[in-house]
Structure formats: structure tokens, C-alpha cells
Design a protein around this ligand. Structure first.
Ligand SMILES: NC(=O)C1=CN([C@@H]2O[C@H](COP(=O)(O)OP(=O)(O)OC[C@H]3O[C@@H](n4cnc5c(N)ncnc54)[C@H](O)[C@@H]3O)[C@@H](O)[C@H]2O)C=CC1
Ligand SMILES: O=C1[C@@H](O)[C@H](O)[C@@H](O)[C@H](O)[C@H]1O
Length: 338
């Protein structure tokens, strides 16, 4: 690919996240353009492709095999990822795959092994917090050990409401998977076991959903990560992480922004959802992925990170069932990821 060529991207899955990425690629990222937009719902595909000079369809595999495509941005729900990732690997196409890599560790491992057989890393997983300026700052502080060794991470992950069909296990595999990745990345070590507690259920939670839940993760060195996952908090989107270290603490996600004082009140606003809170992180993530994909590679969390996070969330789902601690079972890391 020459400097003048644009990376031709197939966007597969054009719902909330896919449509947001379509706007980003067409409006804010240089060196790339939409070449094909595909969704099982042709209406969604057409809406996301509006204004772009690209193919539009409802057959995701046709998008992967389109000769006019150099790379794929995969934003279908997690259960559809494995088949499409394996098809991308067959063509050797770089992929930015929205999290989770896949919802369970067996399918994630199949993807890892197929990529290891290809012999190069072409799959990046959309763990966008790694590109958020506050998280990047926290990571630098922890790496420099300025506050001493980290002892615990207290995390809160709140959504205003959950989409239809959201289940207890998805609170772990679809939501807490972010903290599984963030904790591995921030602490630079693996999570070895997971436990899940269920506080009193919110009367405002949809029928059948135990919301909120408290997820505990223990790392190899003994650091404990606690995550309050509350997907129907009603008031907006909040993601916080407070690292408690030997000589101090550091907090991410404290809702800074403009604080107004007027007519006997003071306060600011709460983000409506992830697109609002993490806009800059998604921009940086996609911009850096585009730059790397133009050379056939990635620049961010890889398929092994996606697999490791899936192994953690799978342990979380087992812990939901037993009420005790569940061990995280990790396969041997192939040399490609060492
Ligand atoms: N990084 C982040 O913060 C976020 C990531 N996500 C991830 O993005 C992905 C999509 O989530 P949403 O946009 O919220 O879902 P959504 O339900 O809004 O959109 C999914 C779209 O994919 C389409 N679709 C479903 N199966 C398909 C298939 N096999 N082939 C082609 N199209 C298919 C649907 O018709 C729909 O248009 C998921 O993996 C989710 O976990 C979602 C929200 C935030
Ligand atoms: O990734 C995301 C969603 O898929 C997930 O369902 C939400 O709980 C997360 O907050 C959001 O960032």
C-alpha cells in the first residue's frame, strides 16, 4: 500500500457501535475509507453507509471476501465474531474486533490458534480503555511505581439501562470483560480466580436480571480487583477505577468536566453512554489501528488479550453458579504472543 492509498475498510455490524465507527471512519480518520458496510439488517447497513461511496449488503462473509477490502472492523455481537474472524484470518486481513473477542474461552482459543498458525498478529480487540487518556496516565503511574505497589483496584461500571435480552452472564462476558482486560493491562499480570456476589436486586432491574453484581478478581501476585457492575443504574454511564497502592491512591473516571453553580445548585453532567464517555479513546484506537493495518498489523490489545479476558469472564460465569471462587483456566501462550 502506498502513502496515497486509503485503507479500504469493511464495517460488519452496523448497530450502535458500528454506526459510531462508520461516522468516525468517514469523518475523523485520515488514510481510510468505508469500502463495504454489511449488516444482517440491510436497513442498518444502509443507514450507517449513508453518504459513503461503498458497497452495502447483508452478507457478512461476502464483505470479508470482497476484493475491494483491505481490512475489517467487526462490530457484530460477540457470538458472531468467531466465524467472521476465522474468515478474515483465511484472507490474512487485519481486523479491529469489538470486544469481546468471543464470549467464551474455547472459541477464543480457536481464534488464537488460527492466528498463531498464520504466524502474524492481525487481530486487535476493541478494549478502548487502553486508549483513554486517564487510563493511560494511571497505567504510567502504576508502571513507574510512584505510589508503590498496587494493592487493590476498586472499580464501578454503570450503564443507564441494559439492552433487551441482556442476561446475568452477559453482565460478566459483555460488560465486566472491560475490567478483566483493564486489570490485566494496568497490573501487568494475569487474573487467577474470580468470585461473584449478588447484593440486593434493584427493583428497577428488568425481570430475571440480578442487577447489580459485585465481581472480585484475584491476580497472581495477590492484588484484589473489585467491580460493581450495575447495568440499569438509570442516571447515565459511569466507569471508575481507583488504584489503592502502598503510598497513595489514584482515581480514573471521577466525572470531571465543567462544574456549574447556579440558582442554589451546583454540579455537572453524567455521560449518557460509552460513545459519549470514551469518544476520544475510540478515535485514538481506530486512528492507530488504521495506521498499523496499512502495514498489515495491529497497534493495541491482541487476540491473546481477548482470549485471556474471555477466560476470566468464563470463570466469572462459573462463579455466578457456585457462589465461590472459580479458577481462571489459561492455555499455554503460543510463541507469537510472548
Ligand atoms: N467498546 C465498547 O465500549 C463497546 C463495544 N460494544 C461491542 O460492539 C459490538 C456490537 O454491539 P452493539 O453495537 O451495542 O450492538 P447492536 O445490537 O446495537 O448492533 C449489532 C448489529 O450487528 C448486526 N448483526 C448481528 N449479527 C450479525 C451478523 N452475524 N452479521 C452481520 N451483522 C450482524 C445487527 O443487525 C445489529 O445491527 C459487540 O461486540 C459489543 O460488545 C458495544 C458497545 C460498546
Ligand atoms: O462494551 C460495552 C457494552 O457492550 C456493554 O454491554 C456495556 O456494559 C459497557 O459499558 C460498554 O462499554
Amino acid at each position: 500500500m502506498t502513502d496515497r492509498d486509503e485503507l479500504r475498510i469493511a464495517l460488519i455490524g452496523a448497530g450502535r457501535m458500528g454506526a459510531d465507527h462508520a461516522r468516525r471512519i468517514s469523518g475523523r480518520i485520515s488514510g481510510a475509507r468505508l469500502a463495504h458496510v454489511s449488516d444482517l439488517s440491510l436497513d442498518n447497513a444502509k443507514r450507517a453507509a449513508a453518504g459513503a461511496d461503498c458497497a452495502v449488503g447483508d452478507d457478512p462473509l461476502a464483505a470479508v471476501h470482497d476484493p475491494g477490502v483491505d481490512a475489517v472492523l467487526l462490530a457484530t455481537p460477540g457470538p458472531a465474531h468467531e466465524e467472521l474472524l476465522l474468515a478474515c484470518l483465511e484472507r490474512g486481513l487485519p481486523v479491529l474486533c469489538e470486544k469481546p473477542l468471543t464470549p467464551d474461552s474455547d472459541s477464543a482459543l480457536r481464534v488464537v490458534r488460527a492466528e498463531a498458525a498464520l504466524g502474524r498478529r492481525t487481530i486487535q480487540v476493541g478494549f478502548m480503555r487502553r486508549f483513554d487518556p486517564e487510563y493511560v496516565h494511571l497505567k504510567a503511574l502504576l508502571d513507574a511505581r510512584e505510589l508503590g505497589a498496587p494493592l487493590t483496584l476498586h472499580c464501578a461500571h454503570r450503564n443507564a439501562s441494559s439492552p433487551p435480552g441482556f442476561s446475568d452472564d452477559m453482565m460478566i462476558t459483555d460488560s465486566v470483560v472491560h475490567e478483566a482486560d483493564t486489570a490485566r493491562w494496568l497490573l501487568g499480570e494475569e487474573i487467577t480466580e474470580v468470585s461473584v456476589l449478588r447484593p440486593r436486586r434493584s427493583a428497577l432491574a428488568p425481570e430475571g436480571l440480578a442487577d447489580p453484581q459485585l465481581v472480585l478478581m484475584r491476580t497472581a501476585s495477590g492484588t484484589i480487583v473489585d467491580v460493581e457492575i450495575f447495568v440499569n443504574c438509570g442516571f447515565g454511564y459511569q466507569v471508575r477505577c481507583e488504584a489503592v497502592c502502598e503510598r497513595g491512591t489514584a482515581l480514573v473516571g471521577a466525572d470531571h468536566g465543567v462544574l456549574r453553580h447556579t440558582a442554589g445548585t451546583w454540579g455537572g453532567t453524567v455521560a449518557a453512554d460509552f460513545r459519549d464517555r470514551f469518544e476520544r479513546a475510540y478515535d485514538d484506537e481506530v486512528r492507530r489501528w488504521v495506521a498499523a493495518a496499512r502495514d498489515g498489523g495491529i497497534d493495541g490489545p491482541d487476540a491473546w488479550d481477548g482470549y485471556a479476558a474471555a477466560a476470566v469472564t468464563e470463570a466469572g460465569v462459573r462463579a455466578q453458579a457456585t457462589g465461590g471462587w472459580a479458577e481462571v483456566r489459561l492455555a499455554e501462550r503460543p510463541p507469537l504472543y510472548r
